[in-house]
Design a protein around this ligand. Structure first.
Ligand code: CA
Ligand code: CA
Ligand code: CA
Ligand code: CA
Length: 313
């Protein structure tokens, strides 16, 4: 049922755009209704499927900002450090995102009554700061990515009615702005990453039929563009990160058989390339983030026994 509804909604994306484009919706606390049940349902949906199956976009692909200035190359992880000096938990969601734009990933805790940011000092997370002065919750998902292109990661709340962006001004999130003028949902997952290469994260909706990209203009998301010419998804995991190092986020699909990369051309995704030549997966989690500092996102696979890094090269 639900899926059918999504299908319909998705097929209506374009229509919705035109229909709603002219209207002036009043968002704001629309996003404040409790998302607990729905959010888990959609964002973490896990219906097992046959071949190209499902994925779970547990969170936004928000690799820490990389600046070319740092040429240090990492080789290992050090000992665990206590960065909060006590328990810090978000009731509805927790993310790491550089919301103040200083190049250090900050701890974000989404609570029912408001959204807190604990800015990173580089060696600890500071005191919680109230960044929304009230509840902001995405019914279908909460993401953090720099969609405005100013270097600060913004809050994106995906509701059934529309997609709202709360731009970071460096010290808090501005009020919600309607960026899609109508519903936009991905059946298999929703991601925010810069696939066009203009430093603004784009809205990527993974549908069963294809992957759609809604390029960010800096103040809204454009009309959906089909980037794959057919179905494309990972059986075990999907993500969007720049593994080729050209500044455009690429599509990564982890299948049972191998891990495939579909490099972004800036206007579409190229044919799949086999990047692991065999099955590779993390039992407990998989991430694609540059941990070596060379500008290429690496494959991090978390197993019960240890954490593996497969450096991109
Ligand atoms: Ca920061
Ligand atoms: Ca921003
Ligand atoms: Ca972009
Ligand atoms: Ca790339």
């Amino acid at each position: 049922m639900v899926r059918k509804k999504w299908l319909v909604m998705l097929s209506l994306i374009s229509i919705a755009f035109f229909m709603f484009a002219c209207s002036s919706p009043a968002p704001v606390e629309e996003t404040t209704e409790s998302a607990s049940a729905e959010a888990t349902d959609v964002v973490g949906s896990n219906q097992p499927t046959s071949s190209p199956a499902l994925i779970t976009p547990a969170g936004s692909a928000v690799p820490p900002a990389q600046d070319g200035a740092d040429t240090k190359i990492g080789t290992e992880f050090g000992e665990p450090e206590d960065w909060t000096g006590g328990p810090t938990v978000g009731q509805l969601a927790m993310r790491i995102a550089d919301v103040n734009g200083d190049g250090k990933g900050d701890f974000i805790a989404v609570d029912k009554d408001t959204t807190y940011a604990l800015p990173s000092t580089g060696s600890s997370f500071g005191q919680p700061e109230d960044w929304t002065s009230g509840p902001v919750v995405g019914e279908l998902g909460m993401y953090f990515a720099d969609v405005t292109g100013d270097g600060t990661e913004d809050y994106i709340a995906v509701d059934r009615a529309s997609t709202y962006v709360l731009p970071s001004n460096g010290t808090r999130f501005d009020p919600p702005q309607d960026w899609t003028g109508g519903p936009v949902l991905g059946e298999l997952g929703m991601f925010f990453a810069d696939v066009t290469g203009d430093s603004k994260a784009d809205f990527i909706a993974v549908d069963k039929a294809a992957i759609y990209v809604l390029p960010s203009t800096g103040t809204s998301f454009g009309a959906p563009q089909e980037w794959t010419g057919g179905p494309a998804f990972g059986e075990l995991y999907m993500d969007f990160a720049d593994v080729t190092g050209d500044g455009l986020a690429d599509f990564i699909a982890v299948d049972n058989a191998s891990t495939y990369v579909l490099p972004s051309t800036g206007s579409s995704f190229s044919a799949p390339q086999d990047w692991t030549k065999g099955p590779t997966k993390g039992e407990l989690g998989m991430y694609f983030v540059d941990v070596t500092g060379d500008g290429l996102a690496d494959f991090i696979a978390v197993d019960k026994a240890t954490v593996y890094v497969l450096p991109a090269k």
